[in-house]
Design a binder for this molecule. Structure first.
Ligand code: HEM
Length: 439
């Protein structure tokens, strides 16, 4: 069913949104290959807040600007559906909320959201988070750290495993983490149809089977003992907990596993980029150190500003994808049913209409007054609306704890002069850093 357009929109019949064609389309495709999301920035600058890219067999729309984004993610979110994952992805994510739409997604969200809103996320998860970070950092030596990106991804995975499953630091956590790593590695390698018995498909199936066994085993054990702590698994099996729903072991498995996938990569990329930005801006690093030097845990106001600014300039989830269920009209532009619709936090966060001097890393811009004046959908590192990240607060807490803990111990510095302070979207932040011991 078409959505009712606003009064202003009614006055004009819907027309085709502008976009590249011919040579401009070819050069966009090359630019996309080379620069990823950065290619979309110039697209929005050139054609405006609704751009149509006509590809063989499909129309893709880029929506930009807070109003257009709000239209798709909030006001008409029922028309802009999450795309179903591939068969391979479904083996990993299962029938989880992340891959669902409509009534099932709504029911799952009702069950899951309170678990993350519960006050214990902020208070009690802190101990899991700090324990996992301290354990990782205790093994770090000062000096040049060529493997920093991987070390940070591993730290994020370890925090993820401990907060989800309440595993003990050390061998227990490493075992579960390696099962997730193997499954993710398998998912990144498969490309032929899942029913073909190729060696890569078989390896992937086996990795998923091992992961499932371990996760289901932990779920059954936890049901038997009852909730034993404040990890997410305890919240999921707690019949008295926020959910109050009876759910199967398989449903808990789908959510825990898909959340781990959503959590560890994004957190790993975010802390990587944050550290790199701090290293490139020594004045920010010193101000941060002044704040966290004598403060255990997550730091305070400035640490939060640094995290917000890093998620602005380098959002780990830089592009959200939807498919239009029915014909719609966004402002004066027509969006036919079946179109792919994209919203990019990367592009939005670099829009000088909302962020002055957008390429500058300036944590100080995040004053309460600035935030109050920002239009709703102009800042969206965690998405917006009915399908936004369920764990925005938890993620910010984890990032603040990681950043504060690292800065307390080390002063990061680029070990080669950066060619530019900007970087490409999708890169993992592989900039060689040296970490100098503070004490
Ligand atoms: C820096 C870290 C993170 C970032 C930047 C991030 C970002 C996002 C974004 C942008 C979305 C919306 C996707 C869309 O609209 O298509 C999302 C969804 C989601 N995130 Fe996160 N996320 C982070 C960490 C986490 C963590 C730690 C968890 C769980 C422990 C988590 C669980 C989820 C789930 C379950 C959804 C799907 C919500 C739904 O389907 O309705 N995320 N995340």
């Amino acid at each position: 069913m078409p959505h009712a357009p606003s009064l202003v929109e009614v006055s004009r019949p819907a027309s085709e949104a502008p976009g590249p064609s011919g040579r401009a389309l070819v050069s966009l495709l090359f630019d996309w290959q080379r620069n990823g999301l950065a290619a979309l920035e110039s697209l929005a600058q050139q054609y405006g807040d609704v751009v149509c890219v006509r590809l063989p067999g499909v129309r893709a729309y880029l929506l930009n600007g807070p109003d257009r984004i709000k239209h798709a993610l909030i006001d008409h979110s029922d028309n802009y559906l999450k795309t179903p994952g591939s068969t391979h992805a479904r083996m990993y994510f299962g029938d989880s909320m992340q891959l669902n739409n409509g009534e099932r997604a709504r029911r799952l969200r009702q069950w899951i959201t309170p678990i993350f809103h519960h006050s214990r996320v902020a208070q009690d998860m802190n101990s899991f988070i700090m324990r996992a970070i301290d354990e990782s950092l205790s093994q770090w030596q000062p000096g040049a750290r060529p493997t920093l990106t991987n070390d940070l991804l591993e730290m994020a995975l370890s925090v993820g495993v401990q907060t989800h499953f309440g595993t003990n630091p050390g061998e227990d956590t490493r075992h579960v983490a390696s099962l997730f790593q193997q499954a993710l590695l398998g998912l990144n390698q498969v490309f032929l149809p899942a029913w073909l018995p190729t060696p890569t498909n078989n390896r992937y199936s086996q990795a998923i089977r091992k992961l499932d066994e371990a996760v289901l085993d932990r779920i059954r054990q936890r049901r038997a003992t009852g909730p034993t702590g404040t990890d997410l698994l305890s919240s999921f099996v707690d019949p008295q907990g926020a959910s109050q729903e009876s759910v199967s072991d398989a449903e808990i498995r789908h959510e825990l596993v898909s959340m781990m996938a959503a959590a560890s990569q994004t957190i790993g990329i975010a802390i990587n980029q944050t550290l790199r930005l701090v290293a490139q801006h020594p004045r920010v690093g010193e101000k941060l150190f002044d704040e966290v030097a004598s403060l255990p845990g997550a730091g305070s106001a400035y640490t939060e500003q640094v995290v917000k600014e890093s998620l602005r300039i380098a959002p780990p989830a830089g592009m959200l994808a939807r498919v239009a269920a029915a014909d719609d009209q966004v402002g004066p532009w027509r969006i036919p049913a079946g179109s792919k619709v994209f919203v990019s936090a990367w592009v939005m966060h670099r829009d000088s209409r909302y962020f002055a001097d957008p390429l500058s890393f300036r944590p100080e811009r995040w004053t309460p007054d600035f935030e109050r004046k920002l239009p709703l959908c102009s800042y969206l590192p965690f998405g917006r609306g009915a399908r936004s990240c369920v764990a925005g607060a938890l993620s910010t807490l984890i990032l603040k704890c990681m950043l504060a803990s690292i800065i307390q111990r080390f002063r990061p510095e680029p070990s080669i002069p950066p060619a530019s302070t900007d970087f490409k979207p999708f890169d993992r932040g592989d900039v060689p850093l040296a970490l100098h011991a503070r004490r």
